[in-house]
Design a protein around this ligand. Structure first.
Ligand code: SAM
Length: 182
């Protein structure tokens, strides 16, 4: 897994991007129907994007999925902010626990392409059918990829959502891919 992180993000200092305001602009623009509810964020990093969502929308439940070694960064940050919500969390090795959960939004910024192929395919193939909307920001292809990532993720979105869009973001050739169930 470290190999994938190094390959994709070698030019980026530090691990977290601090582009949360930009992600929020894409969420507002591409998923204007989003109004809160039950949310899953994969790879939340600092927890800043989670905080913005919790503050700006009517959030019922917010769950983060991250590596056990990093998850306290977001969980501790949200706890400290006293946002009046219990943050639920899942360690990445327990990702199959999420297969039976329903979400209003699954969001993930600069994480999915850096995870191992078997993990990301098993995870998203099983949770995307159970969400009303999704926004995944990340590269769609690159040296890290064997060429299968973009066709797989686009098909997953078109198979599960009535409305699918993708737009280039200003960050490192990353696209925002969104889907809305119709
Ligand atoms: C490049 S950081 C991006 C963090 C944040 N979303 C941002 O944009 O600043 C990647 C995030 O994905 C997490 N991550 C890496 N592998 C993961 C996995 N297999 N499952 C869930 N999260 C993972 C990392 O711990 C980190 O929080």
């Amino acid at each position: 897994m470290d190999k994938h992180i190094a390959d994709i993000w070698s030019s980026v200092k530090g691990h977290y991007t601090k582009r949360d305001s930009m992600y929020m602009e894409f969420l507002d623009k591409m998923l204007p129907e989003f109004n809160g509810g039950r949310i899953l964020e994969i790879g939340p990093g600092t927890g800043e994007f989670a905080k913005m969502i919790i503050k700006n929308y009517n959030v019922e439940k917010y769950r983060v999925l991250d590596l056990e070694k990093n998850i306290s960064d977001s969980v501790n940050y949200i706890k400290k902010e006293n946002l009046g919500i219990t943050l639920d969390y899942t360690f990445s090795q327990n990702y199959k626990d999420l297969f039976d959960e329903e979400f209003d939004l699954i969001v993930s910024n600069i994480c999915i392409p850096e995870t191992p192929k078997e993990y990301r395919e098993d995870l998203l193939n099983n949770i995307i059918p159970n969400t009303k909307m999704s926004m995944i920001i990340g590269q769609l292809n690159g040296d890290w990829d064997d060429g299968s990532y973009e066709p797989w993720i686009r098909k997953l979105f078109t198979d599960n959502f009535g409305e699918v869009s993708s737009e280039l973001t200003p960050y490192l050739n990353c696209y925002s891919l969104t889907g809305i169930k119709k």
